[in-house]
Structure formats: C-alpha cells, structure tokens
Ligand binder design. Structure first.
Ligand code: BES
Ligand code: MN
Ligand code: ZN
Length: 482
C-alpha cells in the first residue's frame, strides 16, 4: 500500500511559527487579512505579494508560493485564496494546491476557524497521494533516512477547535482511504496484482466488518459462468468472483455494484498492439472502484445495504486460450459467439450481472468497467459514459457526479444498436464492430439485465487513468502515452 498523507489537528499556536521547518500554508479571504502571529518580516513580504498583479489573478482555491520567506525558518510560504464563504469545490481545490506540493517535508496549515477546513483536508489528502511502492530509496534521498517508516510528509492543521475539526474530517478521511485503496489497485502491476492477490486484498477487508466470499473456478463452473471462465482460459492465474457485502440498512433490498476486474488485458488471441499495452494493468479499474466504495462504506458504518461483486480474470493468449469463433453459453443460458477475444470485459460482466440479480434481487444495479476504447474516442478523459434503462436512477447519478466535480455524460441505448450484435450462429456476438462501439457494448450488457431492473452501466475506460491528472488526482500515466 502506498502510504497516505497523515493529517493531525492541533490548536493554533503561532509562537513557534518562525522556527517551524518545512512548508507553511495560510488561508487568505476577501479582505486579504493575514493570520495573527506571523513574524513582522514575513508580514511585510506577504503583504507585498498580496498587493501584486500575480495574486490578483489567483481565483478562489488557487495559490501563490513564496520561497524561503523572510522571518521564517520554513522553506516555503503558500498563500491560499479561500474566502470564508467558499464552497466545497473551492475548498477541496485549495487543499489540492497544498497537497500537490507536499514533498517529503512537514507541512503546517493555518486553518484557524475556516468553515470548510474539513473539505480542505480532503482535497489535500486526495491530491497528496503518490504511489511510490516500487521506487527504491537512493543514498542521499531524504527518504533513505526514513527507510522503514513512512517517507510521506506529515501535515499539521492548526485550528481553533482541533477536536471538532478532527471529527468533521473523519467522513472525508474514510472517503480518501477508499479512494487510495482503489488507486493502489489500479497502479499495481499485473505480476503483483494477480487475481489471487486481488481476492486476498478483498478478503482482508473482513476486519472492517465486510462479509467477503471468494468463488473459485469450480464454483463458477457449477453456476454455469462459461462466458466469464472463457476469458481466463489462457491465464495461469485462476478466474474468481468476489462478493463483498455491507449490511447497514436493515431489511431493504441491496444496491448491487458490479466491477470488471481484468487484471491484465493483452486482448487474448485477438492480441492488442504492443504500444501502450502496459496500460492494460488498469483494466481492473471497475473492480477497483467497487472495492474502494465497499471499504469506505465499512469505514463509515454506512446505514445502507450494498453488495459489491467483482469478476477477476486475466486475458492472455495461450494454447488453451479462447479463440475467435468459439461459442460459449452464459450463466443466463444465452449463447455468445466470440468474434473478438479483446471484447472480454462484457463477457465477464454478463455472468456477474446475471448472478448479482439472481442471488440478491437488488433495488438497483450499477456496473463500472474500463469497457471500450470507443468511449475515449467519444468523450476523451473528462467524462465517463453512462448508459441506463432508468431515467430517475441515472439522473440521480449524474447530479451526484456534478456535485462532486466528476465528469459523467449519458449516452443512448436503442434497439437499432442492439441489432448490431445479432449473429447467424448464436444468440449474440461479443462485438458489433467499430461504429458505436461503446453503445453496442452497453447493449450487450443490457441483454443480461432483467426486465424492470433499474440499471446503470458506467464505462470508465477514459477516466480511470487520466493522462494529465485532475484537480484532486496526480497524473495517471506517462506523458506521450496514448
Ligand atoms: N480494456 C479494453 C478497453 C480499454 C481501452 C480500456 C483503452 C482502457 C483504455 C477492452 O477490453 C477492449 O479491448 N475493448 C475493445 C473492444 C473491441 C474489440 C470491440 C476496444 O475498445 O477496442
Ligand atoms: Mn479487451
Ligand atoms: Zn479489457
């Protein structure tokens, strides 16, 4: 696990400010007032900065940094623009400005009694994430000196009421921990995060009070999940379905979350080109999101019934691998002609979706999958593609996404697209070709959704690893990658 940013809360104590090492961030509201207790020399340089054209161009949530400021031992003083009446998004952005600069030194945030300090802390934590598990410490690195313990920077919030702020920040901390769990899973390479290792990490969440069950290949075969099992035939790491349950909601029917967990997608016999194939370590992103959500629900002791199901497989070419032209029977009973072994995610989801509905009678089903390259052509890296048979459900999701600053855009489903996956030899084929690639994939999934079952499919292929990062996340891939 990447070590997350540690944040602690203490009472404001400005006497020792001048000799504090590391970085110091202060919040500046509309009136440009500086916090009390800054050394005289520091006040002078800060006031000069606040009078500059540079500062005037800084919007709420933005920042300006002074290096080696007069009067302070600290190496940097970050001026953060955050009015008292700032909204959640601005406060998180302000926190992210601090989180982006953390490095390996101690950071002190003078949060005083800002009403959005807890949101600021969440933004800081989310943007402060780094995955450095495989970076070895070189001699001379600061991290080499702290080997064995967390090399991550520590952050101290100085505020008016530390206990109250700590309590208020707890919900956000649970969100951050779930997000980090997801990000770690996405960043782990496939030689480490095999299906078995993935399942073990989910089993470990039993200690949080989640019920976790792992179905192995024999059990999946008994259930008739031949569509899912076909995908893993060429792999040395066994296919699995993991069921995670959080029962905090009494007798109500659960919400089912279903995730595509392809730990590596070579394309199989319909093999992908070499360039960029390494990115397919993230093809378990949907399963990663489901796992992270379940973790957060448990940490928050949520008053809801949610069941998370992930299909864990690896898509490899091999003598035993599935071929184009093969025909498989799904758990539902429908037959599928495999015309392209690289359209594997929908085969995994077909069986897990069916199983989820049959076993749990969920009030709603939401699936998440890095399903198609076509959704990247349509929406790029800023919006996930949403497909649904239920207007109120998808509208609720879209407005939740909007409130959180997460890009989501509804795409159509229609019988006309459904025809594109009909085939002469079986009930359907697993690819409808190039045109409307994301929609035909969603149409395929819909064939495994019961009549009257509210359902949303979220294609996250474009947003799982955004190349430029986002306000709240560091860069997800190398510059120059597709
Ligand atoms: N995992 C890929 C989709 C993908 C592409 C995710 C790029 C993230 C980034 C999926 O399994 C796939 O290969 N889809 C094919 C479907 C096609 C063969 C019908 C695609 O999109 O090319
Ligand atoms: Mn594929
Ligand atoms: Zn895939």
């Amino acid at each position: 696990m990447a070590s997350p940013v540690e944040i602690s809360f203490t009472a404001t104590e400005t006497a020792g400010l001048a000799t504090r090492e590391g970085r110091i961030a202060i919040l500046i509201g509309e009136s440009n007032r500086l916090p009390a207790g800054l050394p005289r020399a520091t006040r002078d340089v800060a006031l000069r900065a606040l009078d500059s054209a540079g500062w005037k161009a800084v919007k709420a949530g933005g920042s300006l940094e002074l290096a080696y400021p007069a009067g302070l031992q600290a190496e940097a003083l970050q001026l953060i623009s955050l009015p008292k009446k700032a909204g959640v998004a601005e406060a998180r952005k302000a926190g992210a400005a601090i989180g982006a600069k953390l490095g390996k030194v101690e950071t002190t945030v003078l949060a005083d009694n800002h009403p959005q300090a807890a949101e600021l802390a969440l933004g800081l934590a989310l943007r402060g994430y780094t995955f450095d598990v495989y970076k070895t410490a070189k001699s001379g690195d600061v991290s080499a000196e702290t080997e064995g313990e967390s090399a991550r920077a520590h952050v101290t919030f100085m505020c008016a009421d530390p206990e109250a702020l700590a309590r208020k920040a707890e919900a956000g901390a649970a969100v951050a921990e779930g997000v980090f769990f997801t990000r770690d899973l996405i960043n782990e390479p496939a030689n480490v995060l095999t299906t078995t290792d993935f399942a073990d990490r989910l089993l470990a969440m039993r200690e949080l009070g989640l019920e976790v069950e792992v179905l192995d290949e024999d059990e999946l075969a008994k259930l008739g999940m031949r569509a899912l099992l076909g995908v893993g035939l060429g792999s040395e790491t066994p296919s699995k379905v993991v069921v995670m349950r959080w029962n905090g909601g009494g007798e109500e029917a659960p919400l089912a979350l279903v995730g595509k967990g392809v730990v590596f997608d070579t394309g199989g016999i319909s093999i992908k080109p070499a360039a960029g194939m390494e990115e397919m370590t993230m093809d378990m992103g949907g399963a990663g999101v489901v796992a992270g959500v379940m973790r957060t629900l448990a940490l928050r002791r949520a008053k809801a019934n949610v069941v998370g199901l992930v299909g864990l497989v690896e898509n490899m070419p091999d003598g035993r691998a599935q071929r184009p032209g093969d025909i498989v029977k799904s758990m539902k009973g429908d037959t599928i002609e495999i015309v392209n072994t690289d359209a594997e995610g929908r085969l995994v989801l077909a069986d897990v979706l069916w199983y989820a509905q049959k076993r749990f009678n969920p009030s709603a089903v939401i699936d998440l999958a890095t399903l198609t390259g076509a959704v990247i052509v349509a929406l790029g890296h800023d919006h996930a593609g949403l497909f649904s048979n239920d207007d109120p459900l998808v509208e609720a999701l879209l407005s939740a996404a909007k409130a959180e600053g997460e890009g989501a855009w509804r795409m159509p489903l229609a019988p006309a697209y459904d025809k594109l996956i009909d085939t002469r030899l079986a009930d359907m084929k697993n690819s409808g070709g190039r045109s409307a690639g994301s929609i035909t994939a969603a149409q395929f999934l819909q064939r495994f959704i019961r009549k009257d079952q509210p359902w949303v499919h979220i294609d996250i292929a474009g947003v799982a690893l955004p190349p430029g990062g986002t306000t709240l996340a560091p860069k997800g891939r190398q510059a120059g990658a597709s």
